[in-house]
Write a new protein. Sequence first.
Lengths: 668, 192
Amino acid sequence: MIQTIGSSSIAVALALTLYGVVAAVVGVRRRRPELLRSAEAVAYTNFGLLSLATLAMVYALVTHDFSVSYVAQVGSRSTPLFITIISLWSALEGSILFWGWVLAAYTAAAVYLNRERHGSLVPYALTILLGVGAFFYLLLVGPANPFGTRWPVPADGPGPNPLLQNHILMAVHPPLLYLGYVGMTVPFAFAIGALLSGRLDDTWIRTTRRWTVAAWTFLTLAIVAGMWWSYEVLGWGGYWAWDPVENASFMPWLTATAFLHSVMVQERRGMLKVWNLSLIIATFLLTILGTFLTRSGIVSSVHAFTAGSIGYYFLAFIAAILVFSLVVLAGRSQELRSAGNLDGVASRETVFLLNNLLLSAFTFTVLLGTLYPLVAEALRGVKVSVGAPFYNRMTLPLCVALLFLMGVGPALPWRSASRETLRRQLLPPLAAAVLVAVASVAFGVRQVYAVLAFAFGAFALVANLREYGTGVRARMRAHAEGPLTALRHLVAANPRRYGGYVAHIGVIAMAIGIAASSTFRMERDATLRSGETVEVPGGRFALRFDELWALDEPQRFVVGAYMTVLREGREIGRLDPRLNFYRGNDQPIATPAVRTRPDLDIYVNLMAFERDGSSATFRILTEPLVFWIWLGGGIIGLGAAIALWPGRRRRAALMTDPAIPAGKGGER
Amino acid sequence: MNWKRSLVAVLVVIPIVALFGYGLTRNPREIPSPLPGRPAPDFALMPMDAPSSGEEGVSAPSLPVRLSDHRGEVVVLNFWASWCIPCRDEHPALVAAAERYQPKGVIFYGVLYNDSPDAARRWLAEMGGQPYPTLLDPGSRTAIDYGLYGVPETFFIDREGKVVYKHIGPVTEAILTTRIEEILVGSPRGDA
C-alpha cells in the first residue's frame, strides 16, 4: 500500500517532469505561454507528489512497516521514535528521497517567486531545475528506490547506522547540508538560463542573489554542525579531519563564498561576468561531486554509504552537466566581455579579485588532495592517502591571507584609494594587529600561524567594527539620531553589506577558535581505578573517576563512567563519558563528555574498561577556545539572517545610500 | 555555437569522467600490503610470559624469540592489544586454531601492540588465557616493519619465511583454518 503510494507519486513526478522540460523549452522557443503555464504547474504538482512520497516514507518508518525495503534496511522496533523519523536520511535511498523533496520545494518556490516575471530567463531556469529534478526522480525509480517490497516481511530491522543515531546533531547536520547543496541548484539554473536566453546582464544575479545567500548560509551552518557532531561523537577531540566528504562539502562552500564577493564587482563595475557564471556552475558541480563521492563508495570515509550502481548514474550526470555547462558557457563567452577595467591597485575590486584568487587556489588544493589518491591509483597503481599535513601546509597560508584581506576589503573604497584614505582606514586595524602579535609572542605563542591568525583576526575585527562605527557616526551627524536608532537604520538601509560584516566577525571568531584549539591542544591517556584522581593536562584541573555504570536500553547497551571535575580540590562539575554498544555492531560508539566553557574545553573519552568496573582507561584532552568555533558559526548565521532580512527600504537603498560618507563610496 | 570551443569542453570532461569511472571499479577499503609473497621481516622480541594455559613446569624462555629460528615451520603472527575491541572477538578463534594446529607443528605468536604488559596480562586472564606466547614489541619496531595498519592484524608465514597472507581486522576460525591448511598443503616440508 505504502509502496504503491510512494512509487507511483515518484513515477508520476518523473513523467510530469520530463513533460515539463519539453513544455518549457518549446514554450519559450515557440512563444507558447500556455505551455509555459503547464510547465510551471508541473513544478507545483511535483512538490505535492514528492511531499506525499516523503510523508509515506515517514509513515512507513514510524509504523515499522518492514515490507518497505528502506524500512527493513534502517528501521528497528527498538529505535526511539525521533531517531526513526530522522533515519529518513540515514541511508542512501531515503537521503535521495529527501533530496528530491527539497529540490521540488526549491523549484516550486523559485517558480512562485518569479511568477510575475516575463522573458525567457525564468522558463530556461525552470527547464534546468526540472531537468536536475528528473535525474533525482530517475534515481528514486531505479537504483535508489526506497519503496521496494520485502518478502517475506522481516519481523524487525537492524536500525540505522549507530554513528547516526548517537547524537542530536544528526537531526540537524544532514537536512542543513541538503538545504545548502540543493539550494545551489537555483542559482545554477538561473545562470544557465541567462546563458541560454542571452540575458547576460545582472538580471540572473539579482534574481538569485538571495537564493545564493540562503543556500550558502545553510551550507555554512551544515558544515559547522558537522564539525560539532564529529567533535561530540568521534572521540578524538577534533572537528575537522580533511575527510574526502568533509572536503566535498567545503569545496562548494569555498566557490560560493568567492561568488558572494565577486558578484559585487559585477554589480558595481560590470566586470567578471564569465567568472561569476563559472563560479556558480562550479559550485553546483561540486555539490553533485560531493554527493557522488558520498554515495558511490569511490573514496573511503566515515560518510560513505554502501555502494551500488548509483555511482554510474551520478557519473553520467556529472559528465552531462560538465559538457553542457562548458559548451553553453563557451558559446557565449564572446558576449561576456567586461564592461569596466580596474582603476586603482588599492581598491576594493582588487581585494575582491585577490580574495577570489585565494579561494580558487584553496578549492583547487582541496580538490587535488581529495582526488589525488584516485589519480595515483589510476596512473601508477599505488594506494596513497593524502592526510592532514598536506592540507595544513597548503591551506594555512591561504587562511591567514584571507583573514588579512577580510580586514582590508571593507576598509578600502571602490575604484581607487588615496594615500590619505589608506592611512586613515588601515592604521587602526594595523595597530591592533601589531599589538595582538606582540602580546601573543609575549604570552609564549611560538607557532607562526597561530600568531598570524590572532594578529590578522584582530586586524579584520577592528576593520569590520570600524565600518559600523563610521556608518553610525555619519548617520548620527546627518540625521541627528541616537546611536541605536542610527545603527538600526544603517543596517536596514543596506542589510546585505552590514550583514556581511557580521558574518566576517563570525568567521574571525571561528578562525581564532580553530587556531587556538589546534595549537594549544593537550592530551593524555590515563587508566584509573575508581576513586583515583588524575591531573588534567594544563594543570588547572583534575578529574576523579568515581564509578562505572551500565544501562541496558532497547537498542543499545551503554557503559559510562561518572567523573568529577576538580579545581584546587574543589568539585566544580561532573562528566560522564560513555561507550554505546549497538545491537549487531562490534565497534562501540563513544559519547565523549565535554565541559565547554568560553576559555577552555575539557574533553574526556572512555577508551576501555575492566568488566568488573574496577578501572577504566580515559583519553583526556584540553582545547582552548573551541566554543568560539560554534559561536562563530552562530554569528555567521546571524549575519546571513541580517543580509536576507527583507527591509522596507531595500529598493530605495539600491538607488542611493545616504548613509555612506562622501568620498568613500559604499556598495549599493 | 562555437564547435571548436565545445570540442575543447568535451576533451576537458573526458579525463575527469574516466578517472571517476575508474574509481568506481576500486574498493577504497582494500588496503594492499607489499608483504604477501615477500620474506617476513625478522624480529627478536622478548616474550611477555610463558603460555598461560600450557603444561605445568614449562618455564618462560628467557631468550628473545627470533622469527628466523622458525625457518621450516609455519608461523601465525597476531598483532593485538588489550584496548582493541575486535581483538576480543577474534580471541576464541585464535585459541581454537592454536589448540588444533600447534600439535601439528604450526607456531603461534601474539605481538602486543602499544599496550602495557600489565593490561595485557589482565586481559588474558579475563579472556581465559592464550595457549601461545605473546611477544613484547617496545617502540613498535616490529609493527612498523610489518606495516601495521591497526590491530588486530594477522600474518601467515610459510616454511620459507615468506608472508603468504595478511589479514586486517578480526580473524575467524574459518579464515585461520583455510589459510593454515593452504600453507600446510601448499609448501613442501622443510625439515620435519
